[in-house]
Design a protein around this ligand. Structure first.
Ligand code: AMP
Length: 221
């Protein structure tokens, strides 16, 4: 199995799809948002600056993200592929990633664009809850995605949490950052010829389509 990159607006379902792919293909799920959240548990000035940027929905400087990602990709579990969730977020990160792949002799893999209307992304953000222990994701505003017991993880029984940046104001900033910085990556990867568009309005159908892309290279463009 090859590595997978997701290009998607905030709350398009990359976290949910990544978890499903991780379970089916046993590929590690690498979320740069999670790498950042784990790296800033202290109170140093840099930790506080990153926290402030994340709370506001702005992008973190490339060098910080690239260093964390590089360190993670050095782990043995990445040798046979991995799922990148939230990276690259702009063309300069994509360029740096190309150089990293070449250095580390890793495969380019496939790029999946999750296409979903802005209003649905907003609903997903405002209803999203996640499990801090196992990473499972739920949504109170989307039928079929609620946890069985309110605020309790179905998988491990932990209490669910709401991310502090999952609010309407931060959503607008994150969506604008997506339009300005991340959307140009579609042209970037179209030129590389490894981009697949997948309609991501329905999580179950989306996963079926992703499996078709991964196993048979079927394009839905
Ligand atoms: P996510 O968990 O992917 O929604 O990301 C949450 C926040 O982490 C974003 O709003 C950014 O502040 C930061 N972040 C995550 N990935 C990146 C990245 N590749 N480049 C810059 N900032 C990032």
């Amino acid at each position: 199995m090859k590595s997978i990159i997701f290009i998607a607006p905030p709350a398009a379902g990359k976290g949910t799809q990544s978890k499903m792919i991780e379970e089916k293909y046993h590929l590690p799920h690498i979320s740069t948002g999670d790498l950042l959240r784990n790296a800033i548990k202290g109170n140093s000035p840099i930790d506080l600056k990153i926290k402030e940027l994340m709370e506001s929905g702005s992008l973190i400087p490339d060098d910080i993200v690239l260093e964390l990602l590089h360190e993670r990709l050095m782990n043995d579990d990445c040798k046979n592929g991995y799922i990148l969730d939230g990276f690259p977020r702009n063309v300069s990160q994509a360029d740096a990633y190309e150089a990293m792949l070449e250095n580390m002799k890793l495969d380019h893999g496939v790029v999946i664009y999750l296409d979903v209307p802005k209003e649905l992304c907003k609903k997903r953000i405002l209803g999203r809850k996640s499990c801090p222990k196992c990473g499972a994701i739920y949504n109170d505003l989307i039928a079929g995605m609620e946890s069985k017991v309110e605020n309790v993880c179905d998988k491990c029984g932990s209490n669910l949490t709401v991310r502090s940046d999952d609010n309407e104001q931060t959503f607008e900033t994150r969506y604008q950052a997506y339009l300005d910085n991340t959307l140009p990556l579609l042209d970037y990867y179209k030129k590389h010829g490894n981009l697949y568009r997948v309609d991501s309005t329905d999580a179950t159908k989306t996963f079926k389509t992703i499996v078709e892309v991964l196993e048979r290279g079927i394009s839905h463009d």
